[in-house]
Design a protein around this ligand. Structure first.
Ligand code: ADP
Length: 759
């Protein structure tokens, strides 16, 4: 992380510096190319133009000088012979000599007669000589007044020559006439070629001596008249010469009969004023490398300036790169320190550019935030650690407490008097304490994981499985937290009566039934013995009591004689007590029979209605005591038949009628006995308008020895066993018995018997 930051910082500086350098070099190169393309071109044009200008000046000066001579000779021709005196007179010679003196380059001036004999000449040279064959003489007569350069013929020997070169002349000749206007002869002047050299010198000398310029004068047919020694007399075949118009200039690069390349300025003369010119061309040449030397210098200068500028800009670039990257490096160092966890404060870098100021400001606030967050995190961390420590301690304590609880529960379960069995929702045994081992004979390790069925006698297995199924489907279990008495199988195959209390643990993680079993075989034994005793006692008591009851009944009825009122009252009390005792004994014997399953039912299919009529008749005497009237209502069950034991059904109805009468309000109450035929069964109901059954008692109405009011027994007689016996009898007939009651308004007890198909 650290090294990569440094590399990128360095790279940025280097990158910027290299970029600046490259840009400078590129700019310089572009500048050079531009200069080369534009300035060099201009400079070359200017140099060429300069040469052409020189050539033009020389051409002009030559034409101008020739014009002056031309005009002088013409003027002289106009004057000569006009005075009427002979041309050969001394005045004319003096005049010609005077003219020659004014311009020493006049090599010879002379006038001829019409036939070509020289009449007068400067310094008398060639006087009387015949020049009729000379071209200038012929030309003058034909109006050609100028003759091109040629070597001296006749005058070569006569004139002094110290130039070292052969004498060469340019001829100017005009015919002259007499006063009558006729042509009398020709006036001619030979102009020494030296004047051209003078003109050449006068033009070239002011030009920089360092420049090696050559001037060439070419004749109309391009023969070099004047020029460097090798070229003089040579004919130049140059395209540029052919194209050149009269009176124009140009310049060009040419090879002039040698290996060198020259920059050549050319001018073609066009005469001057009346002087028509000889069609000469003037060339001023300079070797190309010399001519373009200033251009080279310029290029070199530009190059050096470019290098200097590039170097300067590179340095500047380097400097700028350092300026740009320095604050970034400072920021980067700060970031590294920050990363290393050192406290950092980035000062606003004043010299830096705005962006870095902003960046450093932002970084500062970021660092502030970060440091704040770090401090917060540390605090949070410390708090969290504290909390974790605290929670760990709490957890340890909780764990210990759980272990203690577990131990406690295990100890409790182990030391509990009853057997403890745990069963999971799949019906498998999961817990089994030592008491269970002792009670049921299975060792813990053998029974754990076994199905609950192992403990259930064969005939109850279907019921247990159904109950478990109902719980699995609906989650409802009415056996929870109630005392149940059941038979369980021991390891040696015995059926052991136990009292069971089942609990339910149903949490997301823990689901099982807990059951405490208490061995009640001894209690059952005692109960059986007690019941047997009661049964035996009741039997033994019932025979004499029935006799007593019969006797008392007889006495009470007065059939055995009138009794004194006191005796009658005593006999009445004895009679009712005996009656109650007989009923109690009957009930006790019935209960005992029901419990010992020794009650027998002689069930015959028969109509139900007669049984109700019999019951009403049997109870009427009892009901009369309470002035209660029975009304039998039979809406739809006249022919309803059921397979029943008539005595037992009558016993049930009598019990219901007795209760209704007993609890009806005194003074002419009515009890309705109703027979209804409902789908599948016949319903018998007994409705009274008595006190009704209090809410709190309703769940226990069918329990043994249950009475709503303990004083009932005293006030109304009764044992609290009647309805319990009724329930057993009706259930033995596959029917059911129930009631609806409203406290203070009355009750309706009813039972349903399955209808028997007639026949
Ligand atoms: P008992 O021999 O005491 O009548 P039962 O088992 O026949 O015994 O009735 C139990 C109790 O039910 C009665 O003591 C009484 O409190 C209540 N009981 C029964 N039938 C009626 C009724 N028709 N009206 C009000 N209470 C009734």
């Amino acid at each position: 992380m650290k090294s990569s930051t440094q590399i990128s910082a360095k790279s940025l500086g280097l990158y910027l510096a290299v970029c600046f350098s490259l840009l400078s070099v590129l700019l310089t190169l572009i500048l050079l190319v531009v200069i080369d393309v534009t300035v060099t071109k201009q400079a070359k044009a200017s140099i060429g133009g300069n040469l052409a200008e020189l050539a033009h000046q020389m051409s002009y000066r030559l034409d101008r000088a020739m014009f002056e001579r031309y005009r002088e000779v013409q003027l002289m021709a106009d004057r000569i012979g006009r005075d009427g005196k002979p041309v050969s007179g001394p005045e004319n010679r003096r005049m010609l000599d005077a003219l020659q003196r004014t311009y020493p380059n006049y090599a010879w001036i002379g006038a001829t007669d019409e036939q070509g004999k020289v009449l007068v000449a400067t310094r008398g040279v060639l006087e009387n000589a015949d020049v009729s064959a000379r071209p200038w003489f012929q030309n003058a007569k034909n109006n050609l007044h100028v003759g091109d350069v040629h070597e001296a013929k006749m005058l070569a020997k006569l004139l002094s020559n110290n130039t070292g070169e052969p004498l060469r002349f340019v001829d100017i000749a005009f015919p002259y006439g007499g006063l009558d206007g006729t042509t009398r002869g020709v006036l001619a002047a030979h102009l020494s070629w030296v004047w051209a050299l003078d003109i050449q010198r006068s033009i070239m000398e002011p030009v920089d001596a360092a420049r090696k310029l050559d001037a060439l004068i070419l004749s109309a047919d391009n023969i070099v008249l004047l020029g460097p020694p090798g070229l003089q007399g040579q004919k130049l075949e140059l395209d540029s010469l052919k194209k050149l118009q009269l009176g124009t200039n140009s310049f060009n690069t040419e090879r002039l009969l040698d290996d060198h390349e020259y920059l050549v300025g050319i001018s073609r003369g066009n005469g001057y004023d009346s002087y028509p010119g000889l069609g000469w061309k003037v060339l001023v040449r300079e070797r190309l490398e010399d001519a373009y030397l200033p251009v080279k210098h310029l290029q070199m200068q530009v190059l050096w300036i470019g290098i200097a500028v590039a170097s300067l800009f590179s340095l500047l670039g380097w400097r700028v790169a350092r300026i740009v990257t320095r604050p970034l490096k400072v920021l980067s160092r700060s970031a590294q320190q920050l990363e290393a966890g050192q406290p950092v404060k980035i000062d606003v870098i004043k010299a830096a550019y705005t962006e870095v100021n902003t960046l450093s400001g932002s970084l500062n606030s970021l660092i502030g935030n970060l440091q704040q967050k770090e401090a917060d995190l540390k605090d949070l961390n410390a708090t969290l650690e504290n909390r974790v420590d605290q929670r760990t301690v709490e957890l340890k304590q909780a764990l210990e407490s759980v272990r203690d609880n577990e131990n406690r529960i295990n100890t409790i379960i182990e030391t509990a008097q009853g057997a403890f069995i745990g069963v999971n929702f799949e019906g498998r045994i999961t817990d089994w304490n030592t008491q269970a081992e002792k009670m049921l004979g299975w060792r813990r390790e053998d029974i754990l994981g076994q199905p609950l069925d192992t403990l259930v006698p064969e005939r109850f297995k279907a019921t247990i499985s159904k109950t478990m199924q109902v719980f699995a489907n609906t989650g409802s279990a009415n056996f929870i937290n109630t005392h149940l008495e059941r038979l369980v199988l021991t390891n040696d195959g015995r059926e052991l009566p136990v009292e069971i209390r089942i609990g339910l643990i149903n949490t997301p993680k823990l689901k099982f039934f807990s059951a405490f079993l208490h061995d009640i075989s001894e209690r059952k034994q005692v109960e059986r013995m007690k019941n047997e005793f009661i049964s035996t006692a009741s039997h033994e008591l019932r025979t004499p009591l029935t006799a007593i009851y019969g006797a008392l009944s007889l006495v009470n009825s007065g059939l055995v004689g009138e009794l004194s009122p006191d005796a009658k009252e005593l006999i009445g009390i004895s009679y009712r007590s005996a009656e109650r005792l007989v009923r109690l004994l009957n009930d006790i014997l019935d209960v005992e029979k029901i419990e010992s399953r020794s009650m027998t039912y002689e069930r015959v299919v028969q109509p139900v209605l007669p049984l109700l009529e019999q019951s009403i008749r049997a109870t009427q005497a009892y009901a009369d005591q309470y002035q209660v009237r029975f009304e039998l209502v039979c809406e739809s069950g006249q022919d309803a038949q059921a397979k029943v034991d008539a005595d037992r059904v009558i016993q049930v109805v009598v019990n219901l009628l007795s209760n209704a009468a007993k609890f009806s309000p005194a003074g002419g109450a009515e009890v309705t006995v109703r027979l209804q035929r409902l789908p599948g069964f016949a319903r018998v109901s007994v409705t009274d308008s008595g006190c009704g059954i209090p809410e709190s008692f309703r769940s226990r109405v069918f329990d043994r020895f249950a009475q709503a009011d303990a004083s009932d027994q005293r006030q109304k007689g009764g044992t609290g066993l009647g309805l319990s016996i009724c329930k057993s009898i009706i259930e033995a007939h596959e029917g059911q018995i129930d009631f609806v009651s409203e406290a203070g308004k009355g009750s309706e007890f009813y039972f349903d018997l399955p209808l028997a198909t007639p026949g």
